[in-house]
Ligand binder design. Structure first.
Ligand SMILES: Nc1ncnc2c1ncn2[C@@H]1O[C@H](COP(=O)(O)OP(=O)(O)OP(=O)(O)O)[C@@H](O)[C@H]1O
Ligand SMILES: [Mg+2]
Length: 161
């Protein structure tokens, strides 16, 4: 059992009910000001639905950036899907991030590509085949009500779109 669990470490896999996000005693201090996070402990299991709420400046974005490995903690340990995010080698970060689905506040769309191409691009990165992309993208766009705008460029869309 233990051997099986270890085999899965760092492979982006987890069993139902298994802890997939663990923060132990995490502190994050920026160069200036008081620490953004101080002694944070979080345990989240697969399938749990979690909201992070707090005042402006309380450290929510800092926490998310730590989970994406955009930042490293000043001290403490962070484990996501078996990846030790303090020790992970740089070359493995892209592979780790392919396990995450993220909707950014600042969009991060490719400005020179239309809606269809932006969605298709994200699928290509996670190695979906061209055939499947052709099948997936229209239904993805229909799900979010953007089927009629597949040719629009990001600048032609509203914030919510
Ligand atoms: N790059 C940085 N350098 C220095 N201080 C920073 C940096 N980023 C954030 N901070 C500070 O860290 C604290 C937490 O910021 P953070 O962005 O995590 O807050 P937040 O909870 O996401 O706030 P909001 O609800 O306004 O988005 C704040 O005091 C902020 O000023
Ligand atoms: Mg924020």
């Amino acid at each position: 059992m233990e051997k099986e669990r270890r085999k899965q470490q760092g492979k982006g896999e987890a069993n139902i009910g298994e802890e997939i996000i663990t923060l132990e005693n995490v502190c994050k201090a920026y160069a200036t000001g008081a620490p953004a996070l101080n002694g944070v402990n979080i345990h989240i299991k697969r399938g749990e639905f979690v909201f992070v709420v707090g005042d402006s400046g309380s450290g929510k974005s800092t926490l998310i950036k730590l989970l994406l490995r955009e930042l490293t903690p000043t001290s403490g340990t962070i484990n996501v899907l078996g990846y030790d995010l303090v020790r992970i080698r740089h070359g493995r970060i892209p592979k780790f991030r392919r396990n995450l689905g993220i909707v950014f506040q600042d969009f991060r769309l490719l400005k020179d590509r239309n809606v269809y191409e932006n969605v298709a691009f994200a699928q290509r990165i996670i190695q979906v085949s061209s055939k499947e992309i052709k099948r997936n993208v229209p239904s993805i766009l229909a799900t979010v009500g953007l089927a009629g705008k597949y040719k629009a460029k990001p600048r032609q869309l509203s914030g919510g779109e």
